[in-house]
Design a protein around this ligand. Structure first.
Ligand code: NAI
Length: 248
């Protein structure tokens, strides 16, 4: 029997990168996957067919995770199509890096809304479903930067630190209903988000990673599979780093 056989996972921001790897990793372990992203495009279609080829139900939805009302609507559509949600992965995220002295209000608001408010939006919309079935696993993608801070990323670090406080609070609120809530703190993971960094920044990151490589989206997906499965039934309210020992 596969680790997530018959469970329904909902992954936000899954058209590419880490979210896509999480969707596929969960499907390989038997989960049906509903996923969202800003637009329904070729990436959405190709992920839907990859999920189908793994023998599970997979469907993509266009929805802005930063919007409270769009999130309510899409979660309703997903529960109509999939009947339930067992695992929620709050993955959608953006960066708008710049030093605080140059940071505009728009850059601050955009990052807080997409990275942090989205976690509130989806958790709130999915919570009644999990409360009713007295089961569920919520996985929030934070970052090592949310733990340690980073120059040039005050907005991003604040959003990711906010996710950690939210995760710990939700774990305490809903633990008695057998709902678990954990945060992941990936380090330097090679995706389109990090690919746009200057070469010397990337080389410097890798030099400082004891495992001497950037992480892959699959490195993050594997931990999500663990947190979505019964193997982690007593793990809740935690921040798990996936960073090759960069941060200890
Ligand atoms: P990415 O930029 O490759 O993918 C992010 C996905 O989220 C894209 O498909 C994008 O369209 C979607 N998205 C953006 N805004 C959205 C919105 N408002 N509503 C719905 N979807 C939206 O990024 P990557 O690297 O895959 O990152 C995924 C998550 O992992 C993010 O939360 C990021 O902050 C986090 N993370 C990434 C790290 C890295 O090194 N790549 C390190 C630590 C955390």
């Amino acid at each position: 029997m596969k680790l997530l056989e018959g469970k329904v996972a909902l992954v936000t921001g899954a058209n590419r990168g880490i979210g896509r790897a999480i969707a596929l990793g969960m499907a390989r372990e038997g989960a049906h996957v509903a996923f969202t992203d800003l637009a329904f495009d070729d990436n959405t279609k190709s992920l839907e067919s990859e999920l189908a080829s793994l023998g599970v139900k997979g469907k993509g939805y266009a929805s802005n995770a930063a919007s409270f009302t769009e999130t309510e609507e899409v979660v309703k559509q997903i529960t109509d199509d999939f009947e339930t949600v067992d695992i929620l992965v709050n993955n959608a995220g953006i960066t708008k890096d710049t030093l605080l002295m140059r940071m505009t209000e728009d850059q601050w608001d955009a990052v807080i809304n997409v990275n942090l408010k989205s976690v509130f939006n989806f958790t709130k919309a999915v919570q009644p479903i999990m409360l009713k079935k007295k089961a569920g696993s919520i996985i929030n993608i934070s970052s090592v930067v949310g733990v340690a801070g980073n120059a040039g990323q005050a907005n991003y670090a604040a959003s990711k630190a906010g996710i950690i406080g939210f995760t710990k609070s939700v774990a305490k609120e809903v633990g008695s209903r057998n709902i678990r809530c954990n945060a992941l703190a990936p380090g330097f993971i090679i995706t389109e988000m990090t690919d746009k960094l200057p070469e010397e920044v990337k080389e410097n990151w890798i030099k400082n990673i004891p495992l001497r490589r950037g992480g892959t989206p699959e490195d993050v997906a594997n931990v999500c599979v663990f947190l979505g499965s019964e193997l982690s039934s007593y793990v809740s309210g935690q921040v798990i780093s996936i960073c090759g020992a960069m941060q200890t």
